[in-house]
Design a protein. Sequence first.
Length: 195
Amino acid sequence: MQDSLRFETAIEIFDTTNAQDPRIWEVGGIAHPQELWFSERHTEWVKKLKPDASEALLLASRCQHICRWEVPRTTYPMGRPGYLKWRSDLKLFHADKAGELLKEVGYDDEIIARVQQLNLKKNLSTDSECQTLEDALCLTFMQYQFDDLIADTEERKMIKIVQKTWGKMSEQGHTEALKLDFSEESLAIVQKALE
């Protein structure tokens, strides 16, 4: 299969798979399968942050949370240890699922391993592509999910969430985050977190 066709086919398969998400994300009165909508935003941010993004990075951005709804948070114990175990298991789940789909499309082991490495966020501190992906995920969260989380979260906890998110981002990510059109409440939280 020609490389560009293989890439387009992989993106189509990722999108078709994520379109099965029963969870709905509403934007401007239009309902979208949640994981499909967010995977598209991740890719948009990667392209903005790194216009010359590699094929593996673009693929990883599109499948970072593939089929997340199949492993709900409620299947793990409540509290921080349960949350961390859920997150850890999800990374492996997403990487395995991405690998299966990429193999179906005809990708070789090298590209599959690279996409999975990015899915697993290995070498975040030394891998610039991994950092770009992390920035894209953080920026998507801050741009689209921040206000909803603030509504359900005590202020002190929200400040810690912003500080942890900020700590995972690069200087480029910080610059882009400060350009976001935050609500008044969100901006106040960000400012307190960065003081």
